[in-house]
Design a protein around this ligand. Structure first.
Ligand SMILES: [Zn+2]
Length: 332
């Protein structure tokens, strides 16, 4: 599994972990991008200092641009698949709203950082919050979705599966904290690299998503990073939510020989099958989904519920607070 040439190269360059600065010297796994043509494999290094994992080398900007093609943000609901997607997104978004609004007064100023097409922003607005979205690549032309930060101080900033995409997470976290009112909170949701499905799935894990996911965090590793930036950890959890259950469900299909993430792409990208897939393979995948769909879903739900009690579900959520004491606001 280990790529000796790359391992030598990284040692020569004395590359340090982007979270704790310990030397990165252990290849954890290599994997291709789940949806790209070609055989290029990306390499993830495990840091023995903080327990997080990091992609190295980083893909070139042009290549990364290609990997965020338009469907990454979801397809329009103009088909049966689109309608099913909208139904599922309604359930997902309701769960997300409940996860962040406990104790948050109605009308609070909220920013969804990296909001994509803005589904969460609109769900929060419907629930009575003054929510805006920030995403420089958003396809939305809504007045509530901006390509800058909106020039105001927020009570809460949410990052739904955005933080793992950042090349410099500590610097980004400090930049985001600067947009908060004193005492304001940041809600980070990332995939849990210490989850059972990550470990059992390996390169077939749904949430691995190299090279778009630059860092993968464990609960302890993310906790370490947040504290390092001077923020206070209010709560850290690995819930049994739809994100975790779906990740387990999709990983089981990936491990069963289906094309990588074919269920997800079919739902999210409005029917676009993995690039270059033949009709015979598509038929085999369809058959496996019809036969195994329900049993795998029940298994995924039951397993995720049990492992969430042991910090091993695929979803990792952390709430952190900007200290009211101004002296702490310039930490690190
Ligand atoms: Zn580290």
């Amino acid at each position: 599994m280990a790529d000796n040439k790359l391992q030598g190269e990284i040692l020569d360059k004395r590359v340090a972990c982007g979270v704790c600065a310990a030397p990165l010297d252990r290849v954890f796994l290599t994997a291709p991008a789940p949806d790209a043509d070609g055989a290029r494999r990306y390499t993830l290094f495990k840091c023995d200092g903080c327990g997080n994992t990091q992609l190295f080398p980083l893909p070139a900007a042009a290549e990364n641009q290609d990997l965020y093609f338009k469907e990454y943000y979801g397809a329009a609901a103009n088909s049966a698949q689109g309608l099913l997607k909208n139904l599922l997104m309604g359930v997902f978004m309701g769960q997300r709203v409940r996860a962040v609004t406990r104790g948050l007064p109605k009308g609070a100023a909220v920013l969804d950082y990296g909001c994509g097409n803005g589904d969460f922003v609109f769900a929060m607005r419907r629930a009575g919050y003054d929510c805006r979205g920030y995403d420089p690549n958003s396809p939305s032309d809504s007045e509530f979705i901006n390509k800058d930060h909106g020039g105001r101080a927020y009570d809460l900033i949410t990052l739904w599966h955005v933080f793992e995409h950042f090349n410099e997470p500590a610097a980004e976290l400090l930049k985001i904290a600067a947009l908060l009112k004193p005492g304001g909170k940041i809600f980070l949701a990332v995939p849990n690299f210490a989850s059972l499905d990550a470990r059992a799935g390996g390169e077939k894990w749904f949430h691995l998503d190299l090279p778009r996911h630059v860092f993968h965090y464990s609960p302890a590793g993310l906790d370490y990073l947040v504290r390092k930036t001077g923020l206070r950890v209010v709560k850290s959890a690995t819930p049994c939510n739809w994100y975790a259950v779906f990740g387990m469900w999709q990983t089981l299909f990936n491990l069963s020989g289906c094309a990588m993430n074919v269920l997800y792409y079919t739902l999210k990208r409005g029917g676009r099958i993995t690039r270059g897939q033949s009709v015979a393979v598509a038929f085999k995948d369809l058959l496996l989904h019809v036969v195994l769909g329900l049993p795998y879903f029940i298994l995924s739900f039951a397993l995720t519920f049990v492992i969430s009690l042991f910090n091993r579900s695929g979803a990792l959520e952390i709430i952190c607070e900007k200290p009211r004491d101004a002296a702490h606001n310039t930490a690190v």
